[in-house]
Design a protein around this ligand. Structure first.
Ligand code: KIV
Ligand code: ZN
Length: 497
């Protein structure tokens, strides 16, 4: 089973998304490192920039096959060939609705063009993928005819796209079983997610004998997107026991890289890669997880397998076991009465609808256990930020770290980015900023900004903390310092022990 990733082509068709050439190259390298067999890098005929990007990807990546998209036209094929790709993906609408209203060609004209252009493409490259666009709404006899024409002309793989996502798993299984028998080439599928069934339909196609599946990172793509790479690959590997070649522990970083470059955040509940995919809040679940992780996780897919982390989360439903465990992680051992008080205070805050960070829990525990007032390991002495229309935002910070002054300077994409980088430069141990979220608590230009930050150290300790201020840079700096102090605490550096 091979994975064909089209993040850089169909994924980039997500409304509002456009990757730079450098971003495409970096994403393609990451996809190759994630074990993707074929990467569709773009649609070369669409623009000079796209040709530059596809060519750059083809030059930069040699461990995966690089593919370019072409309409059923010789000049589109030439544009792909000029980019140095190893596979050309030629497509043509085959359903009556698309054929009549988009390309305005007869069935016979489509058949003739397919025979001619597929043969032409095959003269240029060893691998030609033929797509009968809107196959799932195409008359079955005509679909057989056009696929036969493509294979006779030299297509090495035939794609049956569910272009507008109207299939069900049962219907997909029947169609692909038919195609596997009827078409004398390996069958590929490309499922859109209009009804949220793209992954299910892709898996049904595999059950029916599809040899290749098309996916995108984070399920990006036209309208509701395509079948998601991480979900499809993990379902195939973990549930079906089918090897896909995926390097699963790279899935999370791949998802985050694409999310960053696309400017689309990953929903917390997204399977496999979402922040909550391996997080547990309710007392019953967290207790089970502490006893044995398989109680409330699939077991056949662990967080480590996909490069993720298991986390116990605080909230209205949190229980004694989770809170005791989280405090023990930072060397705090409240007795039963203190634990009751900590839980009660925490739940009172949570029931007002506020997210509770790790820093909130430790602040409550310190207060209840009479440890408040202990000087934290890291404190802010001063910060200055400079920003303007003709200069890079620059920040310089002065921190007190374990009693000694440390000064750090950095430029950044904005004042907050510069300030975060300047803080991290003051630390001896590297700290990775995993997440940054900002919300406005009140309206207007004097609004209070509430910043929540998640950090991770080299040992894999993860903590979140938040802070509020009418100055967004100060809120970010305070949240960052609060989070760093938790890392210092777990590293046993100072306070609270
Ligand atoms: O959705 C679709 O049919 C496509 C084709 C180009 C394969 O993206
Ligand atoms: Zn598509």
């Amino acid at each position: 089973m091979t994975l064909f990733d089209t993040t850089l082509r169909d994924g980039e068709q997500t409304p509002g998304v456009s990757f730079t050439v450098d971003q495409k190259v970096e994403i393609a390298r990451q996809l190759a490192a994630t074990g993707i067999g074929t990467i569709e890098a773009g649609f070369p005929a669409s623009s000079a920039e796209e040709r530059e990007a596809v060519q750059a990807v083809a030059r930069a990546v040699d461990s995966a096959r690089i593919c370019g998209l072409a309409r059923m036209r010789r000049d589109d094929v030439d544009a792909c060939t000029a980019c140095g790709v190893g596979m050309i993906h030629v497509f043509v609408p085959t359903s009556d609705i698309q054929r009549e209203y988009t390309i305005k060609k007869s069935r016979q004209e489509v058949l003739d063009a397919t025979a001619e252009v597929v043969a032409y493409a095959r003269e240029q490259v060893p691998h030609v993928l033929f797509s009968a666009m809107d196959a799932t709404r195409t008359d079955r006899d005509y679909l057989a005819e056009v696929c036969r024409a493509a294979v006779d002309a030299g297509a090495t793989t035939v794609n049956i796209p569910d272009t507008v996502g109207v299939m069900t798993p049962t219907a997909m299984k029947e169609l692909i079983a038919w195609a596997v028998k009827e078409v004398k080439a390996p069958i590929d599928v490309h499922c859109h997610n209009d009804f949220g069934l793209a992954v299910a339909n892709t898996l049904a196609a595999v059950e029916a004998g599809a040899a290749q599946v098309q996916v995108t990172v984070n399920g990006m793509g036209e309208r509701a997107g395509n079948a998601d790479l991480a979900q499809t690959a993990m379902a195939l590997e973990a549930i079906y026991g089918i090897e896909t070649g995926v390097v699963s522990n790279r899935l999370l970083e791949t998802s985050r890289l694409v999310s960053r470059y696309a400017g689309i955040s990953i929903p917390p509940g997204q399977p496999v890669v979402g922040e909550n995919a391996f997080s547990h809040e309710s007392g019953i679940h967290a207790h089970g997880i502490i006893e044995h992780p398989d109680t409330f996780e699939p077991g056949i897919m662990t967080p480590e397998m996909v490069g993720h982390r298991r986390r116990l989360k605080l909230g209205k439903h949190a229980g004694r076991h989770a809170v005791r465990q989280m405090l023990a992680d930072v060397h705090m051992q409240p007795d039963d009465a203190a634990l009751d008080q900590i839980l009660a205070k925490m739940k009172a805050i949570a029931s007002r609808g506020r997210r509770i960070t790790d820093a909130d829990l430790y602040a409550i525990a310190e207060e209840v256990m009479g440890m408040a007032g202990v000087t934290p390991a890291v404190g802010l002495r001063d910060i200055a930020v400079f920003t303007g229309t003709h200069s890079m935002p620059t920040a310089s910070v002065s921190l007190i770290v374990d009693g000694a002054e440390k000064v750090g300077c950095s430029t950044g994409n904005g004042p907050v980015d510069a300030a975060m980088k300047a803080i991290l430069r003051c630390l001896d141990e590297p700290v990775h900023l995993k997440e940054f979220a900002v919300e406005s608590i009140s309206g207007g230009t004097d609004a209070i900004g509430h910043v929540t930050i998640t950090v991770e150290d080299r040992a894999g300790h993860i903590f979140d903390a938040s802070a509020s201020s009418d100055d967004i840079v100060i809120a970010s700096v305070d949240a960052m310092i609060n989070a760093i102090n938790l890392l210092q605490r777990v590293q046993g550096a100072k306070t609270g022990e």
